[in-house]
Design a protein around this ligand. Structure first.
Ligand SMILES: NC(=O)c1ccc[n+]([C@@H]2O[C@H](COP(=O)([O-])OP(=O)(O)OC[C@H]3O[C@@H](n4cnc5c(N)ncnc54)[C@H](O)[C@@H]3O)[C@@H](O)[C@H]2O)c1
Length: 261
């Protein structure tokens, strides 16, 4: 018996990376799944693997998201479970972002998450309740250099998720995952560079980058009855990378090395 037996789930950005890994985990735990992605070929390929439904949608298009979730609900016989995962990033100094780039990053990451929750709520309520998980980032917890629109949007995703938990409990639980460095196409450039990669590993208590399945497993937990008393939380899936205190940790690390000869 799987953890999500009988659940009817939607995953946005399910064609690749963390979303695709979650589609596979959802299916292996007994859920039927609709894979939403702006990349139709990717969505169809992942949906075919799990006997699911593929829908092509850009999550920044609010009406298209509503239509896609309605179609997903029709195809699956209702909805109980949503992973609002689709997101995209960029890297440049704050003043170098054009208004168009700002709008796109905020529209996909924040408005797209809102659009997904907004379209999902009536279906989850009609099903007698359910679970929503959003995908934020460690960059939404502690703002980062070069990612100002992304970091601001992801901080917004965390707040939006908590508003959802407040407004729709007890019927709907809403939680957030905040991945650290997980090796996907989104950050392929950084993590395939040995110098960057070693730096990340050295600063991460668990000593390595994550893989998409490690985020997917946490999403399964949050959507399952194992998390039935958990709502409004932002669960970091980052190997502990946000733990080191930037001011004190390097000093005490050196001191510990010195004292232990
Ligand atoms: N990989 C990481 O290290 C990391 C870290 C923190 C947060 N995240 C978040 O995890 C989520 C998934 O990231 P990933 O690493 O799997 O990325 P990815 O680029 O590998 O996959 C993203 C998927 O979302 C789809 N997508 C992108 N924009 C879309 C849109 N507007 N409408 C519909 N689909 C869209 C893409 O086609 C792709 O299939 C994102 O929200 C990202 O911000 C990732």
């Amino acid at each position: 018996m799987g953890l999500l037996e009988g659940r009817r789930a939607v995953v946005t950005g399910g064609g690749r990376g963390i979303g695709a890994a979650t589609v596979r985990r959802f299916a292996s735990q007994g859920a039927s799944v609709a894979v939403l992605d702006r990349d139709g070929d990717a969505a169809r390929a992942v949906a075919a693997e799990v006997g699911g439904v593929a829908l092509v949608v850009d999550v920044a298009d609010v009406d298209a998201v509503t239509e896609a979730l309605d179609l997903a609900a029709d195809a699956l016989g209702g909805l109980t479970t949503v992973f609002a995962n689709a997101g995209t990033g960029s890297l440049k100094p704050l003043h170098a972002y054009a208004e168009r780039e700002w709008d796109r990053l905020v529209d996909v990451n924040l408005k797209g998450t809102w659009a997904t929750i907004r379209a999902a709520v009536p279906h989850l309520l009609a099903a007698g309740g359910g679970s929503i998980v959003t995908n934020a980032s460690v960059s939404g917890v502690y703002p980062t250099r070069g990612e100002s629109p992304y970091a601001a949007a992801k901080a917004g995703v965390i707040a939006l998720t908590r508003s959802t938990a407040l407004e729709y409990g007890p019927s709907i639980r809403a939680n957030c995952v905040s991945p650290g460095f997980v090796h996907t196409e989104l950050n392929d450039l950084i993590v395939t560079n040995p110098a960057f990669r070693e730096g990340i590993e050295a600063r991460t208590p668990l000593g390595r980058l994550g893989v998409p399945e490690e985020v997917a497993d946490v999403v399964v937990f949050l959507c399952s009855d194992l998390a039935r008393y958990v709502t409004g939380q932002n669960l970091l899936v980052d190997g502990g990378s946000l733990l080191p205190n930037n001011q004190v940790d390097p000093v005490l690390t050196d001191l510990l090395r010195f004292l232990s000869g």
